[in-house]
Design a protein around this ligand. Structure first.
Ligand code: GTP
Ligand code: MG
Length: 190
């Protein structure tokens, strides 16, 4: 069951093991808030994490609350057909029906070439007009040159299908790269 408070939600999705739960922990500066694992398929439910933050400007300080939502990974074949179908159903209902879902972060492993399953998923988001941003993960695992090259290859692939390129972030949960950028982007919607 999802909470019905109506607070803004940002959800994280991507292939199993891409680093969704680790990214949530990094953003929250907590090591074990979202369960992570080197074994794919760890997250099996929709997990909501309530975040409270105080924003200050010249005049006043305001406390804001929102949710970070950890979704199960897609495309983990070992799960078996029935379980996969059940999870896909759960995920797609959440994404399509959840009115307070403000932005879906689609995570892509920066080491990999564009994968069919991710491209198809992005296509599906487009068809359903779901607002999303891309987060490249595990940036600590590649050298600078490879990082730039892989991102360019990805953007070129997206250009073939999309008129406008999505916002994207380069992150490493291990080395805490990209944390401020992602949080600042979230803040713009609050
Ligand atoms: P599921 O819940 O199974 O879909 O996986 P997930 O996408 O939540 O991945 P998770 O955060 O559990 O991370 C999977 C593995 O990748 C773990 O062993 C993490 O330690 C590792 N990992 C995640 N992010 C990074 C990163 O930025 N750098 C490195 N080096 N490893 C990472
Ligand atoms: Mg997970």
């Amino acid at each position: 069951m999802c909470p019905d408070s109506g607070l803004t939600e940002y959800a994280f999705i991507g292939r199993s093991n891409v680093g969704k739960s680790s990214l949530i922990n990094m953003l929250c500066e907590r090591k074990k808030l979202a369960m992570t694992s080197s074994t794919p398929g760890k997250t099996l439910l929709i997990n909501h994490f309530l975040i409270s933050s105080v924003f200050t400007n010249k005049c006043d300080a305001k406390e804001k609350q929102w949710f970070l939502v950890d979704l199960p990974g897609y495309g983990y074949a070992q799960r078996g057909k029935r379980e996969m179908a059940k999870l896909e159903n759960l995920i797609s209902h959440y994404i399509i029906d959840r009115k307070q879902l403000t932005c879906l972060f689609v995570l892509l492993d920066i080491r990999l070439k564009p994968q069919q399953i991710d491209l198809e998923f992005l296509e599906w988001l487009g068809e359903n007009e779901i607002p999303f941003a891309i987060v490249f993960t595990k940036a600590d695992k590649v050298k600078e040159g490879e990082k730039k090259h892989n991102i360019q290859v990805y953007l070129n692939t997206l250009k073939e299908r999309w008129e406008e390129l999505p916002t994207y972030f380069i992150t490493s949960s291990e080395k805490r790269i990209g944390r401020e950028d992602v949080l600042e982007f979230m803040e713009t919607f609050l």
